[in-house]
Design a protein around this ligand. Sequence first.
Ligand code: BES
Ligand code: MN
Ligand code: ZN
Length: 490
Amino acid sequence: MTMTTLSLTTTDPAKARTDVLVIAAYAGSDGPVPADPTFADGVAAAAMTGASGKAGELTLVPGDGSVAAHLLAVVGLGDREKFTPEVLRKAAGIASRALAGKVAITSTLGLIDLSAAAQGHLLGAYVFDRYKTPSKAPVETIALSVAKNDKAAKALLRHAVVTAEGVLLARDLINTAPNDLYPESFAERATAAARTAGLSVEVWDSEQLAAQGFGGIVAVGSGSARPPRLVRIGYSPTGAKKSVALVGKGITFDSGGLSIKPSVGMENMTSDMSGAACVVATVIAASALQLPIAVTAWAALAENLPSGSSYRPGDVIRHYGAHGAPGKTTHVLNTDAEGRLVLADAMVRAAEEEPDYLLETSTLTGAQVVALGNRTMAVMGTDSLRDRVAELAREVGEGGWAMPLPEELRESIDSSIADLQNVNWDRVAGMLVAGHFLSCFVPDGLPWAHLDVAGPAFNTGKPYGYNTSGGTGVPVRTLLAVIADLAGPS
Ligand code: BES
Ligand code: MN
Ligand code: ZN
């Protein structure tokens, strides 16, 4: 993946010698209203072809005498009263996608909100080209117009670029096919990326996992010829007063195991390592941003396959136990409820280091998709952290909603022969029951949030806004916002 290059420019956009100039219009009661009156002619030309300025709209019109650019791309921002940074992010993403094949463009969207414009343009320009060369190459360079190219503008740009790099690293990992991305190769890529960033890395192989009692990760990985791994990446800036642990589900392919899934749609389970990809990308971005808080990312990696060596429904496994204590036992009733099994081990191991906060993310349940769809993550956990995470998810444009862990559901995963069972018999509230299961592995008093991104992590449909098909990189931007929030002012 080569990322589109962004730069800042104070050149009068009307005079910019560029292939395409991106301008914006709001939706007015009688047609599009230029965001910048300088470009009234261009917007009027777009209106002639039917443009209304509604959000999501993009109209190409030839440059007229009033601008130096050959072509104008007029993006709609909708009702001015309803404007949010997310509207601009999406518009910038749509412009980047529509302008693939162009070499150099100039965008006036930076004059409205530099950070949102930069992120939307970068995320929208992304193309995953490992297996196929796109018919049109992504835009090479985008010059963002700013009033002043000062320290503040440069800092905003850098923050947006680092954040986008994080999202795109996650997308690249998610989009890599499972024959190329399996626990060992994931661990290698994560190690290489983390080392480049100057972070400490530790990798547990399957022998070490077995010897140290990671019964969940070992069981889930046992059916595959490609053994499981656990990866720890640490960022620990001097003087940090707080620490946060990130734990990600890294099932590099989820067939369901012996409780095998139907074949229709099974190919999408190549995205079941999105949580792990996102925590790896987040710790690297947090370090690049030099956030004043220690961050440790844990990727629990396994491939869930049926075979003669698979774990079975009926097995009782023992999870990792903190400080040498025996871990909890789980009666496996369904090998397709595997995410919680690998996460339980990793969460106990992460909590052993006594972080101040624990954030865990996973493509955990189909029930999340049923409840909230493909663009809103579910957030569960301890009340105040949960609510903060959901709010920040909405703020960054990833979408999130707080979900409860109702008391009465907890006993549905009590087992008669083990501490827990991995599914409830009646199958009600699958998302919440999974949250309850994970809560059993969080030490008392540790603020914890569980981000179920089963729907939002992977776009099985057409591109929209700044998302392409495939991995979205959700929830990298939420995690970064939460970490920055927990760190406090730097
Ligand atoms: N990885 C899946 C959840 C999933 C479903 C993610 C759809 C993305 C899109 C998870 O491992 C799973 O299979 N969950 C089961 C749990 C059930 C057996 C209790 C599910 O949701 O059906
Ligand atoms: Mn599964
Ligand atoms: Zn899964």
